[in-house]
Design a protein around this ligand. Structure first.
Ligand SMILES: Nc1ncnc2c1ncn2[C@@H]1O[C@H](COP(=O)(O)OP(=O)(O)OP(=O)(O)O)[C@@H](O)[C@H]1O
Ligand SMILES: [Mg+2]
Length: 272
């Protein structure tokens, strides 16, 4: 690592599901680092273990399943896998936040978006309802929602896909976390909106001084966004490095295959 030190050090992380008594290991002992304020990409095909890895840092098993985590997840030197649930709840949202892969499932359909953000602020920062609303309106403005004071009273279904993703990002950054994990934040969006959301994430990272873990199956998405990349395949990290070096000379055949899938123009721009 460089002289910025590390925010997150993951060592020999494993994740094992229990499927009707049969253990299934889907993350097979991976190690990686994220420095404070750094943007890091995680790239790999569907099913390679990206989301399960991200969820390990939040210590959240996928809905309806139980996972056995192994290894160490050191956040500012403290092993998250040894915290009790109460300590971990305090960590989630406040220090480490995540934008989940399924935006609709992350919002409560029968609550206005403003009330959902108010709740989180009250819970984590102990501010009054009224102060929370002021902050909620600021946050909605920060992520580029027009007329935020009015839109706060709308329900999730009244927002477009891109706008809902902005709301989720507002929720994720509401308590100014040190690390924001964005799991395929743009997959469901059309290309123009994708670019807007990625720009928003980069701006917030800069303005709020957060580290960003950006997960995608598409090298094109992270080009120009992150400094370093980890390439995952079958529950392992098969290659990592500076993104420019990886674009210029991928060593692993799997990385080469992923890069070959990126439109030529993008690759040409990166290696120029
Ligand atoms: N709830 C679950 N129970 C059992 N196995 C699961 C569960 N969730 C995920 N898995 C398995 O764990 C592996 C990793 O899944 P994960 O969701 O991390 O993949 P991913 O890299 O995020 O893929 P995608 O790009 O499709 O989101 C896959 O083989 C998947 O089948
Ligand atoms: Mg996933």
């Amino acid at each position: 690592m460089d002289d910025r030190g590390t925010l997150l050090q993951v060592r020999d992380l494993t994740a094992q599901f229990n499927l009707d008594g049969v253990p299934s290991r889907v993350v097979k002992g991976i190690s990686f680092d994220i420095a404070p304020g750094e943007a890091v990409g995680f790239v790999g095909e569907s099913g390679c273990g990206k989301s399960v890895t991200a969820r390990a840092i939040m210590r959240l098993a996928p809905e309806g399943s139980s996972v056995e985590w192994g290894g160490r997840i050191l956040f500012r030197g403290q092993d998250l896998l040894t915290l009790d649930e109460h300590e971990m709840r305090d960590m989630r949202g406040r220090r480490i936040a995540m934008v989940f892969q399924d935006p609709m499932a992350s919002l409560n359909p029968v609550m206005t978006v403003g009330a959902q953000i108010d709740d989180i602020l009250c819970r984590h920062t102990g501010v009054s309802r009224r102060a929370a609303r002021r902050r909620t309106v600021e946050l909605l403005g920060l992520v580029g929602i027009h007329d935020p004071a009015l839109r706060a009273d709308d329900y999730p279904h009244q927002f477009s896909g891109g706008m809902r993703q902005r709301v989720l990002i507002a929720i994720a950054v509401s308590c100014q976390p040190d690390l924001l994990i964005a799991d395929e934040p743009t997959t469901a969006l059309d290309v123009t909106v994708q670019a807007q959301i990625l720009r928003l994430l980069m701006r917030l990272r800069r303005e709020l001084g957060m580290a960003l873990m950006l997960i995608t199956h598409d090298f094109g998405v992270i080009a120009g966004m992150v400094e370093r990349v980890y390439v995952m395949h079958g529950g392992e990290i098969v290659e990592f490095g500076e993104i420019d070096a990886l674009f210029a000379g991928p060593r692993h055949s799997y990385t080469q295959a992923l890069l070959a899938a990126v439109p030529r123009i993008e690759t040409a721009r990166r290696t120029a």
